[in-house]
Every structure is written in C-alpha cells, then in structure tokens.
Design a protein around this ligand. Structure first.
Ligand code: AMP
Length: 288
C-alpha cells in the first residue's frame, strides 16, 4: 500500500488534518461535498464524485472498508483493496481530498456506540444481513461528524442504504443534504460493483440476467399486473438462473414498506439480491 503522501491527490488519514482542510474551505465560504466509499473504485463511484462536484465547491471522498458492516464469514478480508489505482482515478476526477482513515482510529479499543435504524432498514437486506445497516449507520454518522459536509452523494445502486441514510440524517437533524446518484451499468445492464471482480467469466455472463429479470418485473408492474403475480414470475426466472435468491420484491419507493395487494398504484421500486457462486449481487429499479 502506498504512503498517502505519495498519492497523486491530497490524501490523509489524519482527522486533525481533515478538519483543518475542511474548516479552511468553509472559512472561504465554499460548500463541501462528500462521497463515502469502500474503495475498489469504478465508474459508478466516479459518477458520484462528478455529481458532488456539480453540487459543491470542494469534494472529499473517503475510502474505508468498514468492518462494522461485515458479519463473520462475509468478504471483509477478501474485499478488493486497490488504493493506488483508486487515488489515480480520484485525481483524474478532480476530487479535492481523499480521506482514508484506519480502522483503529475509527473504532478505538473499547468502542461501544451503536446506532439502531428501522423504517426503511426493515426487511430486504436486513433479513439476510441483520448486522448491515447498524454498521453502515455508525460509520456514516462518524464520517459525517469528521468531514462535516454540506452535501453527501449516495448511489441508488444501494437504494435501501440511500433511504436509510436519508432518514438517519433527518432523524438526527444533521445539516447535510443527501443526494442520490443514478446507477451506472455495463453495456449489458449489469450494475457496476466492486464485487463484480469476484465473478468468473461464466458467472459474469449470467449476471446480466439480474437486470433483465428486474426490467421484466418492472414492465409487468407498469402494465398493471398485480405485484404478487409479477413477483412470482421474477422469482421463478431467477431460481432458474442464480445459485440462490435472497429476495426479489416490489416496495413503496419512499419508505420501502410493503405494497398493498394488487396492481401498483403508487411510486414503487423493485429490489433484488441473488447469488452466483460466492458472489452476492444486488440491484434495483424504479417502477413508473
Ligand atoms: P461502496 O464502495 O460499494 O460502499 O459504494 C460507495 C458508493 O458508491 C455508494 O453510495 C454506492 O451506492 C455507490 N455505487 C456503487 N455502485 C454504483 C454504481 N454502479 N453506480 C452508481 N453508484 C454506485
């Protein structure tokens, strides 16, 4: 791993240095944008940096593979760590500062705070990764406290996460505008993800089915087919293609609460998580 000082953009793991830089920007009246990531950056992440640059005068990106959002047995150790390549991409995207804290600083010995989030965190991911949103909420709250941004951009690729953070910010009165960034996809529709690197060539060609199944599910709902029937079709197709299906569901777009029975008459979102071998893929789409 590189020394942060040798990277091709301003980078620090030091909280005081981060605070000095951001305070200096704010003294000059500049708006600060923030894009939290776990690194292994791809064009999807970079589109969030571009959006943050449109909405703010200076942009901080963080790279931190957050142990609190991985359960034992998940891919924390295997998660790709590519700091040099990430820094080159951030520099090219004209990100103003990379903040890459170390775990012992974020979670010192005896760290005991927990954040419990409900509302849009209920169900979907939580049914399969019950630790996940607590870990995301605590790290994002800490990063928000550290960076003190005016705006922060979160990808719709992780739509449930985006809503959980937006609700958390509202509920805790944090003065941060949470902005959604559209999902960037490969030509065949597969949503870009750091975890796509785990896919074998054959799994990669199968992975495109997730986008197709969600698109067909969405089209059925838009035709007025009741969601139970449309979901049944999507689940049957997915069961044929994927090694395991965690969920494929249609939910209320704003709250992620379950929809009333029958045709979908309100803004909705279809969301899915499936497995190919050892790789878990998630994706989602708006309905209507
Ligand atoms: P991660 O590094 O996976 O924690 O993601 C960091 C941010 O990038 C999150 O807000 C994600 O939702 C977002 N993101 C991940 N994949 C994409 C994508 N394909 N398009 C747009 N944003 C994405």
């Amino acid at each position: 791993m590189s020394e942060l000082s040798s990277l091709p953009l301003a980078a620090t793991n030091d909280l005081s240095a981060l605070r000095r830089t951001v305070a200096d920007w704010k003294l000059k009246g500049l708006q600060v944008g923030f894009v939290p990531t776990m690194g292994a950056l791809h064009e999807g992440h970079l589109s969030l940096i571009a959006l943050a640059k449109e909405k703010a005068d200076r942009v901080v990106a963080s790279i931190f593979v957050n142990p609190a959002q991985f359960a034992p047995g998940e891919d924390f150790d295997a998660y790709p760590r590519t700091l040099d390549a990430d820094a080159a991409k951030l520099a090219h995207a004209e990100c103003d500062l990379l903040y890459a804290p170390v775990a012992s600083d974020m979670y010192p010995d005896g760290f005991s705070a927990r954040l419990s989030v409900e509302g849009p965190a209920r169900g979907l991911e939580t049914d399969f990764r019950p630790h996940f949103f607590g870990g995301v909420a605590i790290v994002v709250a800490k990063l928000f406290n550290r960076v003190q941004p005016d705006i922060a951009v979160f990808g719709e690729k992780d739509y449930q996460q985006f809503l959980v953070i937006r609700h958390m910010v509202r509920d805790l009165d944090l003065p941060i505008n949470i902005i959604p960034g559209e999902t960037l996809r490969e030509r065949d529709g597969l949503a870009l993800s750091s975890r796509n690197a785990y896919l074998s060539a054959q799994e990669r060609s199968t992975a495109t089915s997730l986008n197709e199944i969600l698109a067909a599910f969405t089209a059925d709902l838009e035709k007025g087919i009741d969601w139970e029937t449309a979901q049944g079709k999507a689940l049957a197709k997915a069961a044929n293609v994927f090694d395991r299906v965690d969920y494929i569901e249609a939910r209320c777009a704003e709250t992620l609460s379950p929809l009333p029975a029958g045709p979908v008459l309100q803004p909705a979102r279809v969301l899915a998580a499936v497995w190919l071998g050892k790789t878990r893929l998630i994706d989602n789409m708006p309905v209507g």
